[in-house]
Design a binder for this molecule. Sequence first.
Ligand code: PEP
Length: 252
Amino acid sequence: PSIPHKLVVANWKMHGNLARNQVLIKEYLQALNPLAQTKVVVCVPYPYLAQIQILLANTGVAWGAQNLAKFEQGAHTGEVSAEMLKDFGAQYVIIGHSERSTAYCESDENIAEKFMMAKRHGLTPILCVGETLLEREAGVMTRVVGKQLETIIRLFGAGAFAESIVSYEPIWAIGTGLAASAEQAVAMHQFIRDTVAAADSAAASTLKILYGGSVNPQNAVQLLNQKEIDGALVGRCSLDAEQFIKICQAVP
Ligand code: PEP
């Protein structure tokens, strides 16, 4: 199925337990069911995929994981494959989140391979790109984001971006309470689309570009009303049903 017009993705990160997840999803659904048009995706830690598959079955809310292996299968202790995610009905997978690339030194090449692995298995990749505060202050943010995109284009061709998702996540905005302004986000979203379009305009036209980084109910309205912003990736506020629902309701 093609990706909805605008979507809001919850990234639970390494939070939750069986009891709390059940309550949180119940609270989400109480408000989200009548909002069937708001497309919502919940990305959970691996152990909760089985639980989420049951809780979200036939609700219109989709689910996914926060990482996957770049390998198909085999002797890769501790890794989780695309096929395994599919087994639990996952449709989406976050790739290259900065919390992972920083902590585990994931290279752009590694991230590109994971992106293609998701595509090959029919999972929609949510590729995170973004610059550090130092890089923004030095004015090299488009060079940094450009390199992240170019790695995929060089290795696999820009066609890989068709029906995919890129999330612009300035590292200085993640978990800091300091979101990018709508102006800063729009400028980068335009750059991302232009970069893909320069290599493959058809692919760029079906690419969704989300914004992530301290999205909250207050800033969501302005961010989500920009035509260049196709949705949001939400960390902290996705753990609080009331705040998450308000963000979903900000989708025009
Ligand atoms: C994220 O996890 O991708 C994120 C954007 O987190 P937060 O909303 O907490 O900044």
